[in-house]
Design a protein around this ligand. Structure first.
Ligand SMILES: Nc1nc2c(c(=O)[nH]1)N[C@H]1C(S)=C(S)[C@@H](COP(=O)(O)O)O[C@H]1N2
Ligand SMILES: [Mo]
Length: 458
């Protein structure tokens, strides 16, 4: 149970005068030198107390002969003429952000087509994933499909289940009333490498098969109504993609009837990216990514689950007794601290904003607790609004690091009362040989050196 040794909310404030001039100068100097390490800069700007200037001096000595650091010379961009508008028809990030990239995991897969690239969660703010940084998971490569040639067929496994099989072109789908909703998508295999032990160093690789977008499209229910589906008897749909992977997944009709499942063409205000299923994908809120069929070309309605390869062999849970558990597709409550996280470095003790993401396939996040002592004491973090169902929720909490080793963790609770388990609790039920559906509490060890490491507590 919760041992709230400390009251929730903003516990500690940084001491007076914690922004010191030497620290701020060091930040400017570092920025000019082109060295951009978010954590270092953020820290330097918030360096605490009398020890800070000395520590900063050791790590970031001001260059000798740099002139009077109190006199700011006007840089070129404050004097000259800037670039004209529309130099680039589609804007790109600053060149200084070039290290913010989705990344594959070398050696994880045998080909670059049946593979995955991970989203850089450590570099993102808020809850929305920019389309160009959305994780990718392809079973047989991606395509840029001509939308004028794309078709979506709606048919029945038995003709009596629907009155009128239909084939839609994109224009027809886009004429229908649309909805836009924010949802996370998480691959069922996210954090899958960590089942046995620590395997990868950074949050990008432990949790980066996770993204969140505003999706726009038509509720699948609307298309099924147009086709005259008998909802009493047609209790399942099969979604099929147009790529070579024969990606097919059964979706229970309850989810479709609720209006949640979307046939989506929009992502964050523009058309889907080709890597994410352009021109049409299924959005199945709260359900693992594999059911979000990309390049969606067919919906078949049926009266029983289809038992396709992706649901009887893949994306199943290997239980301790050797049994396979199928169709466990809801993404259970989970969270992770993204700052500080593995691979980052805290320069010195002092104030930090601990920040992370929480989500649940069952609904809204109700609360997130954060521990900095490996789970002995917990404090309640602030949830940044809007808090939406089956969507990422950003949380933040103040922390003053005393320079001693610390183990930072977050534990989410959703509105249905589900609480994120620790590894001991999860392994007691699920064993250690699974790949999928690992929602355990993540631990980051902040070492005395300031280096942050991925660790697991037994
Ligand atoms: N047609 C098709 N749909 C697919 C896949 C695929 O390979 N082909 N991969 C699935 C898996 S396993 C996941 S996790 C998500 C990933 O979506 P993303 O690439 O947009 O992140 O798409 C799903 N839909
Ligand atoms: Mo996946």
């Amino acid at each position: 149970m919760d041992q709230n040794a400390n009251p929730p909310g903003r516990l500690q404030r940084a001491p007076e005068g914690f922004i010191d001039k030497a620290g701020v100068r060091a930040v400017f100097t570092e920025a000019r030198a082109g060295r951009r390490d978010f954590i270092r800069n953020a820290f330097a700007a918030a360096a605490v107390g009398a020890a800070a200037p000395a520590a900063l001096g050791q790590v970031n000595p001001l260059p000798a002969g740099g002139g009077d650091p109190n006199i700011l010379e006007l840089p070129e961009h404050s004097k000259g003429l800037g670039l004209p508008v529309a130099t680039d028809g589609y804007g790109k990030p600053s060149k200084y952000e070039a290290n913010v990239q989705r990344r594959p995991s070398p050696g994880l897969t045998q080909t670059a087509q049946a593979s995955v690239s991970f989203a850089p969660l450590q570099s993102l703010f808020g809850i929305v994933t920019p389309a160009g940084l959305h994780f990718e998971r392809h079973h047989q490569g991606w395509w840029d499909i001509d939308p004028s040639k794309h078709r979506l067929m709606v048919n029945g496994s038995d003709p009596s289940l629907l009155k009128k099989p239909m084939v839609f072109v994109m224009d027809e789908i886009m004429r229908l009333p649309s909805v836009s909703r924010f949802h996370f998508i998480e691959c069922g295999a996210n954090t899958g490498m960590e089942w046995g032990n620590v395997a990868v160093p950074t949050v990008q690789y432990t949790h980066g098969m996770l993204s969140c977008s505003e999706f726009t499209g038509v509720p699948l229910r609307v298309l099924l109504e147009l086709a005259g589906v008998d909802f009493k008897r047609a209790r399942y749909v099969l979604a099929e993609g147009a790529d070579g992977s024969s990606m097919t997944r059964t979706v229970p009709m309850e989810l479709v009837e609720s209006g949640e499942v979307l046939v989506a063409y929009g992502q964050n205000g523009e058309m889907l990216r080709p890597e994410n299923g352009y021109p049409l994908r299924l959005v199945v809120p709260g359900v693992q990514g594999v059911s979000w069929v990309k390049y969606l070309r067919r919906i078949e309605v049926g009266d029983k689950p289809y038992g396709t390869k992706d649901e009887v062999i893949h994306y199943v849970d290997l239980m301790p007794g050797g049994l396979h558990r199928q169709y466990s597709s809801t993404q259970e409550v989970k969270s992770v601290v993204t700052t500080p996280s593995g691979g980052q470095v805290l320069l010195d003790r002092g104030f930090y904003n601990v920040s992370g993401l929480a989500w649940s396939g069952r609904g809204r996040i109700k609360r997130v607790d954060v521990s900095v002592d490996g789970g002995r004491n917990w404090r309640q973090a602030r949830l940044e609004g809007p808090v939406m169902a089956k969507c990422l929720t950003r949380f933040n909490i103040d922390w003053v690091w005393d320079g001693k080793p610390a183990i930072v963790q977050s534990r989410a609770t959703d509105e249905t009362g589900h609480v994120q388990p620790n590894y001991r609790q999860l392994r007691a039920v699920r064993g250690t040989r699974s790949i999928y559906h690992n929602n355990a509490i993540q631990s980051w060890l902040v070492q005395e050196s300031g280096e942050v490491k991925n660790v697991q507590l037994s």
